[in-house]
Design a protein. Structure first.
Lengths: 252, 252
DNA sequence: ACTTAGATTTCGCCG
DNA sequence: CGGCGAAGTCTAAGT
């Protein structure tokens, strides 16, 4: 990873046109070709960036140095890039985008710091609490979606995509369950499209629909109810047995 | 901005639980409180992060150093943080998230580099080419949405949100125009919902719908046509008068 | 290669 | 502060 702190002006042209006036910024170049331009404020997002695959081009004192990118050649281990060569004056990042080209043009006025670090491979992130896990938990305990529900199968196929859970309810009626982390209007639309298809199947004319989510937005509740669909909020911690179900609807 | 290159293990708990095993990473701390943990690969996204507002807590050699964050005190100008104090052993980032707390816990095993840079304010970004501009261009030239179209008003209010453009067509009929950069199935659903509401209004029973986008996806075209909606692809460069309209529908 | 759906989406606007 | 729509969304998975 190469970290360049520099006063620079940045132009992006591609899906849109953007100009960052001259200011002090961090230019981060990853070994996978990612380039990000960060200001000291502005939160999570880089002010400008380019995702891989990219082609980098560096200029020093007006001279192109096409082979230099992450490993500047002057040294092999970590640390500051030596300054016994002309300073960087321009970094151009290119990327093929269909028939056109995305381009990030960084005009470097002054370099305050320029270091390279060999970080090796960083192990991947393990996470839990995403929609996939919610689906697994509800597949093991479908009664949280509705009283007496029994799972028939996960990922029930339709020609417009799989229904998350297909269940039978207490009276053996079919129920399609759509699972989201956050239940929005889009989730209700999606569930509606599934039911539209499913009800055309033989024996499925009466299939019901349930939206199960960690959080169901008010507008989604209203739309669901208006369409005769049910919705339910589920708590992953409760499903995992880590917490007792709430007895009240709201925290006091 | 503080840049710490360190071997570290990172735990996030909040909206989900995540663990990054020990590895070399960059920890970026912005003066607005943003914290991002980047690996050398993985592209645009940090492996872990916390958006402002946050509270930071640093430990050195097991001792908490609560007042240290961006300006470590040992120095005032830019550059490496002096190493005549015990090395950082832990960084805890906290954030209130409703009734609970989001927490990023960085256990630091080895610090390879730790520098602070004062970057001042970076001027804001100017951009063009997004949906807003498309709406402005089409508002000035609604005939690109359909022959004889005249604009009645932009952002026509409904109780489920504003319709981008409300027009009259060549025969004085109402037309609702939904504008997207990329026209997907969602855009057709959105337009459908607007029409559902609008047609309930007096005098609007026959309002037509048009989806106007720089690019309309095949599935969106099919869905729109199936619902009696029209769609049209528009080119911002042509709207701006920078380019002649294509005489063929497809590039050869 | 293209499309679809999820994301700790983030971000900005407007109530 | 919450809800909703847009984003250069990005990214992973499926076809």
């Amino acid at each position: 990873m190469r970290l360049i702190v520099a006063r620079c002006e940045v132009r992006y042209s591609g899906r849109l046109e953007a100009l960052l006036p001259e200011a002090l910024r961090l230019v981060m170049v990853k070994s996978d070709g990612s380039v990000m331009v960060h200001a000291d404020t502005g939160g999570y997002k880089p002010q400008n960036w380019m995702t891989p695959p990219t082609v980098l081009e560096l200029e020093r004192g007006g001279e192109p140095a096409p082979d230099e990118a992450l490993a500047p050649g002057e040294r092999h281990d970590d640390g500051p890039v030596t300054t016994d060569v002309a300073p960087i004056t321009r970094i151009v990042v290119r990327k093929r985008a269909g028939s056109t080209e995305d381009r990030l043009d960084i005009r470097v006025v002054e370099v305050l710091s320029d270091v390279v670090h060999d970080m090796g491979e960083a192990a991947a992130l393990e996470k839990s609490g995403v929609e996939r896990e919610l689906q697994e938990l509800l597949a093991d305990a479908p009664e949280w979606c509705g009283e007496g529900f029994r799972l028939v199968r996960r990922e029930w196929p339709t020609d417009i995509g799989p229904v998350d859970l297909m269940c039978r309810d207490a009276t053996d009626g079919w129920v399609a369950v759509e699972i989201k982390r956050v239940g929005t209007i889009d989730a209700v639309e999606q569930l509606t499209r599934y039911l539209e298809r499913l009800r055309a199947e033989p024996g499925m004319a009466d299939v019901q629909g349930v939206l199960a989510a960690q959080q169901v937005k008010p507008q989604a509740r209203t739309l669901a109810e208006g369409r005769g669909l049910r919705w339910v909020e589920v708590d992953p911690a409760v499903l995992r047995g880590e917490r007792e179900p709430e007895l009240t609807l709201f925290d006091v």
